[in-house]
Design a protein around this ligand. Structure first.
Ligand code: ADE
Length: 418
């Protein structure tokens, strides 16, 4: 079996952590059990480009239990857990091509290695696989039945492809399932981003000014959690609706130009490019900590920082000190890559359980229904979203009410009033 991992001897440590994460993934466990019995993915080769974590391991093991031949590479050069990669190869017979800290050439070589397996179904986090297939590996298109996409940034790219009429096969936007973005983006990003910042800095958040750029689901979760740790939160936004929401949630809202000299900690979660630019770096306080938790490392203009900095050194893992012309030091975390996966372990298993349950069920749906789908980005079918919520509740041991007959009738009628 061909594979490319950092150190295969890390496998035992990885297996322990994969099994431990599964404890918090009851929905995935149930799906795996059904997949083992029904084998809905028999004969399907899956090319997965996801963050190689303990949670992803449990997803790909589940896909394999369902009969799929799974090949896995990383969806970010800095997010791989090398022990997990080693264990997937050693204990689960899944070819993995991912090394934490790989350079861009290796990153794309690894995606190409997965594509060499001629996947029939692509499973992306950020749409890099789809991008490569549509540019340099078009020969694979006739063999592909469909794909799934995990994240907001990827879905934005795919919708742009659909609008330009170039998307060559149907893709389900897993990110847009309610059981994905309402929990993963909100609770997951909120907690794991603070975890990443704390591991890279050991900073006390209480009393600090914490600037959150972007008030989508990720930004909302992050602002909430930073406030919960005692920080004074400033939100920057470009969308008036979201800015109103941030203000009414009790946060200070202002342009980055005003926030830049005020912040002790900055984190971008916008999905856009150069949210923190030269003019912002230049006015930051001494000691300012800056990171990104959006999918790509373009939200911070790092070349501009490198251009104006007079000195640079690594002070801790994932923490680089840059000296600005006036003598202030700013601290860039994780090379501007998503800090929750660069210096921490990504979202906790309990929340990835729902995201990856959607992935597994959407893969099954695509196999069953691809002949009726066209070259579009599709929403996750409602029944899958509802099923994931139901299974998660069961997994959490929570019971809820059901409508009485009278209530069903009332909700369906328009005659009743005061
Ligand atoms: N994205 C965010 N957190 C993740 C995790 N733990 N595993 C895979 N993808 C993620």
């Amino acid at each position: 079996m061909k594979y490319s991992v950092k150190d295969i001897t890390l496998a035992s440590a990885g297996k322990l952590r994969i099994e431990y994460a599964l404890r918090e993934m009851p929905v995935t466990r149930l799906i795996r059990k059904r997949f083992e019995a029904e084998r809905p993915l028999d004969g399907i080769t899956v090319g997965a480009c996801l963050h190689v974590t303990t949670e992803t391991a449990n997803l790909v093991i589940t896909l394999k239990a369902g009969g799929a031949d799974v090949y896995l590479c990383a969806s970010n050069p800095l997010s791989t857990q090398d022990d997990v990669a080693a264990s997937l190869v050693t204990h689960y017979g899944i070819p993995v091509f991912a090394i934490k800290g790989e350079d861009d050439d290796t990153y794309y070589r690894h995606i190409n290695a997965v594509l060499d397996a001629k996947p029939m179904l692509t499973m992306d986090d950020g749409a890099d696989t789809v991008g490569l297939i549509h540019s340099k590996r078009r020969d694979l298109i006739p063999g592909i039945i469909g794909g799934t996409e995990e994240t907001t940034t990827g879905v934005i790219r795919l919708r742009a492809m659909e609008n330009d009429g170039v998307l060559a096969y149907p893709i389900i936007a897993v990110n847009d399932a309610m059981t994905k973005h309402m929990f993963d983006n909100y609770y997951g990003t909120g907690q794991s981003t603070l975890d990443g910042i704390i591991r890279a800095t050991n900073i006390l958040l209480a009393g600090k000014t914490f600037v959150v750029a972007g008030y989508g689901n990720c930004g909302k979760g992050l602002a909430l959690r930073a406030k919960g740790m005692g920080a004074n939160v400033i939100v920057t936004e470009v969308d008036p609706m979201r800015a109103v929401a941030a203000a009414m949630d009790g946060f200070a809202v202002m342009p980055m130009e005003k926030a830049a000299p005020m912040g002790d900690i900055f984190c971008t979660v916008t999905g856009d490019i150069h949210v923190i630019r030269k003019e912002h770096w230049a006015v930051m306080k001494d000691g300012a900590i800056v990171c990104n938790s959006g999918h790509f490392n373009v939200e911070l203009d790092i070349p501009a920082l490198e251009e104006i900095a007079t000195a640079h050194r690594t002070v801790r893992p994932y923490n680089e000190e840059y000296t600005l012309p006036g003598g202030n030091n700013v601290y860039l975390l994780g090379d501007g890559r998503l800090i929750n996966l660069a210096s921490a372990e990504g979202h906790p298993a309990s929340v990835m359980d729902m995201s990856f349950a959607n992935q597994a069920l959407c893969a099954e749906y695509m196999v069953k229904h691809h002949t009726t789908l066209s070259r579009k980005v599709y929403a996750v079918p409602d029944f899958i979203d509802a099923e994931v919520a139901k299974l998660k509740l069961a997994g959490m041991g929570i019971e809820i009410d059901t409508l009485t007959e009278e209530q069903v009738k009332y909700l369906a009628s328009w005659q009743e009033g005061t």
